[in-house]
Design a protein around this ligand. Structure first.
Ligand code: NAD
Ligand code: GLY
Length: 381
């Protein structure tokens, strides 16, 4: 179970959604093929690139060059970095800029950035002129394995995260793994939580592979000649593509992708969605809690929960609530936040729990008092 050593060809992962099917192209240097890919899909289309200031500094010139090489006209919309851009004000700004750039139906928006830009640009594309096509060029690990695939787009409301949005699938995803070389280590690590999630929810073999090869995933292919990073991203994209093709609108199986998110979102909200706890860090901590809670309910042995926690900790992700700098609110407030995030139905909560590593399931019948008692024990640690 070592990391793959060769892999200069891009990896293509299809997302089978009938007349809205599209391809995810994964590999080092695939950004150069962006213009060719767009030309093949939408000959004659003009484009508007939506990005943030940080990503623009590192990767906008190469993106514009890839489009220019294929003779594609483009304009740029550069937003401030961070979750704050995923707002009504940010949405208005992007929509107005797309209209001002005279992007018509048949033209394309391009989301060049992490999950924030992907969600924001995707929602603007879903809305302007009642729906423009868009291309995802994800630049964070989190976006390459999760947010750029599957068509969930949206913004935050003052009342909560991702409360306003639309399902709107991209027409192409270009995941250039070399773009991750400029990503700060903390953001890369936070994105790794979503990578581990795919093993933990449905693929025990992949989790074991990650335990053995995570350092190669972090190192990337540029220096080591290992293609572990590309392999890991492709495994995640295949898993997500399969789930999305079977349950695009999250009426069932897609909810498994929320493993760790119920506890994680409550902790993120408890930190005011600040950089005290990045989204992926919240997911890591939430997954550790979901495994410990499953062990407490007798669904798995303590050893499985300890194995998950040990791997996340080895990577440097938080696994205990007391690792959050500045602390979090008490069990009652966390429980309120959980109830807000995932609605209470007939007095019961919904959680993604596990019957083993790689065996997640949706449990709709969780007693809030049981969650509260569990949180009390974790807050005391
Ligand atoms: P992000 O988009 O804020 O990016 C993190 C930081 O990295 C930003 O400061 C950004 O400027 C910087 N950055 C991005 N790419 C870079 C690069 N290549 N080099 C250097 N810096 C770079 O955050 P994220 O973690 O990618 O995404 C989090 C968002 O994704 C949240 O809003 C979350 O709700 C959303 N999300 C959406 C889905 C979905 O299915 N739509 C799934 C998971 C998460
Ligand atoms: N990130 C969860 C989903 O796409 O459904």
């Amino acid at each position: 179970m070592t990391a793959p050593l060769r892999g200069s060809e891009p990896i293509l992962v299809p997302v089978a959604l009938g007349d809205r099917a599209y391809e995810i192209v994964i590999g080092r240097g695939v950004l150069a093929s962006l213009g060719k890919g767009i030309k093949a899909l939408r000959p004659g289309a003009r484009t508007a690139i939506v990005t943030d200031e940080t990503v623009a500094r590192h990767h906008l010139a190469a993106t514009e060059a890839a489009l220019a090489e294929a003779g594609i006209a483009t304009s740029r919309i550069v937003m401030p970095p961070g979750e704050g851009s995923k707002s009504y004000a940010g949405f208005e700004r992007v929509c107005e800029a797309i209209i001002a750039a005279r992007i018509e139906r048949g033209d394309l928006a391009i989301a060049l950035g992490g999950g924030v830009i992907g969600d924001l640009a995707g929602f603007a594309a879903a809305s302007v002129r009642r729906g423009l096509d868009f291309v995802q060029v994800p630049t964070t690990l989190l976006a390459q394995v999760d947010s750029s695939v599957g068509g969930k787009t949206g913004i935050n409301s003052p009342q909560g995260k991702n409360l306003v949005g639309a399902f709107h699938q991209p027409v192409l995803v270009i995941a250039d793994t070399a773009l991750l070389d400029t990503l700060p280590q903390r953001d890369f690590r936070a994105g790794y939580a979503e990578v581990a999630k795919y093993g933990l929810l449905g693929d025990a073999g992949f989790f074991a592979w990650l335990e053995a090869n995570w350092q190669d995933v972090f190192a990337g292919g540029g220096s080591s000649g290992s293609f572990a990073r590309e392999h890991a991203i492709a495994v995640c994209c295949r898993a997500k593509a399969g789930i999305v093709a079977r349950d695009e609108r999250e009426t069932g199986e897609r909810a498994l992708l929320n493993l760790g998110h119920t506890f994680g979102h409550a902790l993120e909200a408890g930190c005011g969605f600040s950089d005290r706890l990045l989204h992926g860090e919240g997911v890591a901590l939430g997954m550790a809690l979901a495994f410990e809670f499953s062990a407490r309910k007798g669904l798995i042995g303590e050893a499985d929960a300890a194995r998950v926690t040990a791997h996340l900790a080895a990577v440097g992700l938080p696994t205990r609530i007391d690792q959050i700098p500045g602390g979090v609110p008490g069990a009652d407030t966390l429980l309120d936040l959980i109830a807000q995030d995932k609605k209470v139905k007939r007095g019961k909560l919904t959680f993604i729990l596990v019957r083993g590593i790689g065996a997640a399931f949706v449990e709709n019948n969780v007693d809030p008092a049981e969650v509260r008692a569990f949180l009390e024990t974790r807050l005391k640690d």
